[in-house]
Design a protein around this ligand. Structure first.
Ligand code: HEC
Length: 148
């Protein structure tokens, strides 16, 4: 009886050693892999510079036109919905104000204070109505200053 127990121990010991060795090997391998490759990938994914990138006068992340008031518009107008809603809707000053009032009344848009003028100026300047024939002639030519 006693002899058999001892024999078992002798047989199992090396197997445990091998298992522990393999296990430790994987742990070390995993740790090295994470150290070498893990953090590098994170840095590539979280890149703040790209989100502020402006190409050909367009703010790349939102697609909005780069102009005075852009940052205010991004901060206040792209939290709830995509900037596409703005880009697709071309309106005059009064309509932009009305849209803002509607969102404040029924969609939970916060009071914009002094920023409202900055935002509406940006919108009427960069996203005016596209209709050509039916609108009264422009009086404020500054809106269409195309010279560079
Ligand atoms: C608190 C959330 C919120 C904020 C902030 C917000 N909106 Fe909206 N907006 C909405 C909702 C909700 C809708 C309706 C979306 C839909 O129909 O899918 C909407 C719709 C619109 C539309 C489409 C209106 C139409 O007639 O279809 C425009 C244009 C718009 N928003 C512009 C803006 C502008 C400009 C700002 C910045 C001043 C802004 N939004 C900020 C919630 C918001």
């Amino acid at each position: 009886m006693q002899e058999k127990e001892e024999n078992d121990r002798i047989v199992f010991k090396p197997i445990y050693k091998v298992i522990i060795l393999i296990f430790t090997g994987f742990m070390v391998f995993g740790a090295i892999t994470i150290l070498l490759f893990g953090p590098k990938q994170m840095v590539v994914e979280i890149n703040d510079e790209d989100s502020e990138l402006i190409e050909n006068g367009i703010h790349v992340r939102t697609g909005l036109i780069e102009a005075e008031g852009l940052q205010t518009v991004i901060t206040n107008c792209t939290t709830c919905h995509s900037s596409k809603l703005i880009i697709q809707n071309r309106m005059g000053e009064e309509q932009w104000n009305a849209t803002i009032r509607w969102m404040q009344k029924s969609q939970g848009l916060w009071p914009l204070g002094e920023n409202q003028k900055v935002i509406v100026d940006y919108l009427t300047k960069n996203y005016p109505p596209v209709e050509k024939g039916r609108r009264p002639a422009l009086t404020d030519i500054k809106w269409y200053n195309l010279e560079k």
